[in-house]
Design a binder for this molecule. Structure first.
Ligand code: C2E
Ligand code: CA
Ligand code: CA
Ligand code: CA
Length: 278
């Protein structure tokens, strides 16, 4: 019994050690991911629930690591935040997305893209100016770039977040509260921030068709958001049943595998063509 316990302990320790080595390697290699061309953006459509029209896309980052292959963004974004690399990744992401919107415009598609900002981006006083310069560089309208900010990022330093987001909102950018329902903020707190949209986290949407509690939460969130003048997006729409439920509940915008998985930029124009032709 004792030996068994010891073996298990050793195995556990090895697992821990591997995890630790991976984290160290990833943290180190994040510094060269941009210059080694290992990062890419993929784009996932959002559709208007009522009409089915394409609203725009969410840009999501991918990292193809030389040794580990694709690293989940939840893992490397968290590491980038902890190691202070996120500002550099965000700057690369912003330029890549703006350049891409411009490329699509040259192909005749006026596309609107939502990007994800982390807490450190939102609290960076240079952010509004950097975004302004990029929009200018690529001659984009402010309505073509939307921002998604998690509720936890918004409440870390509400005053600083608020002044930054006010500047961006005043410049005409649309701002959404991301991962809504997973943090501890209340709608009354969020109401004071310059946000126009609430994005309900997929953890409430994935089992919507067979979880009555999730249905209650989602329905009342939509009602409350609407009464505060916010529009509502549901992410993680995987089934026709959830799509129908959300439409009945008055959800404004839908995003999920049912509509499409995130795609590389070179597939977007043809996806739009196929989607529009039924
Ligand atoms: P998020 O902002 O909540 O993005 C939604 C996540 O749900 C994405 O995961 C997307 O691929 C996934 N998803 C979309 N539809 C479905 C569905 O129907 N079913 C399921 N099961 N999943 C769905 P992804 O791409 O792995 O990104 C994870 C998180 O990483 C994002 O969560 C976001 O917080 C962060 N992230 C991704 N790209 C960036 C970025 O450029 N900057 C920052 N700061 N964070 C990013
Ligand atoms: Ca998001
Ligand atoms: Ca989410
Ligand atoms: Ca998230």
């Amino acid at each position: 019994r004792a030996r068994h316990g010891h073996a298990r302990y050793v195995r556990y320790e090895q697992g821990q050690d591997e995890q630790h080595q991976r984290r160290l390697a990833l943290a180190r290699d994040l510094g060269t991911a941009v210059e080694q061309d290992q990062l890419a953006m993929v784009y996932q459509p959002k559709i208007v629930a009522r009409s089915g029209d394409v609203m725009g896309f969410e840009a999501l980052m991918r990292w193809n690591h030389a040794r580990f292959g694709f690293v989940p963004p939840d893992e490397f974004i968290a590491l980038a935040e902890q190691t202070g690399r996120i500002t550099q990744l965000t700057q690369w992401m912003l330029r890549t997305v703006c350049r891409q919107i411009d490329l699509w415009a040259q192909q005749g598609e006026r596309v609107c893209v939502a990007i994800n900002l982390s807490a450190q981006d939102v609290m960076d006083i240079t952010l509004p100016e950097r975004i302004h310069l990029l929009l200018q560089d690529y001659q984009l309208g402010p309505e073509q770039l939307r921002l998604e900010v998690t509720e936890s990022a918004l409440i870390q330093d509400p005053a600083l977040a608020q002044s930054n987001l006010n500047a961006l909102r005043d410049a005409g950018l649309h701002i959404a509260v991301d991962d809504y329902g997973t943090g501890y903020s209340s709608l009354s707190q969020l109401k004071r921030l310059p946000v126009q949209e609430l994005k309900i986290d997929k953890s409430f949407i994935l089992k919507l068709d067979h979880d009555s509690e999730d249905r209650i939460i989602v329905r009342s969130t939509i009602e409350l958001a609407h009464s505060l003048g916010l529009s509502v997006v549901a992410e993680g729409v995987e089934t026709e049943a959830s799509r129908r439920l959300l439409a009945t509940m008055g959800c404004d915008v839908l995003q999920g595998y049912l509509i499409s998985r995130p795609m590389p930029s070179d597939q977007i124009i043809s996806w739009l063509g196929h989607y529009r032709n039924g």
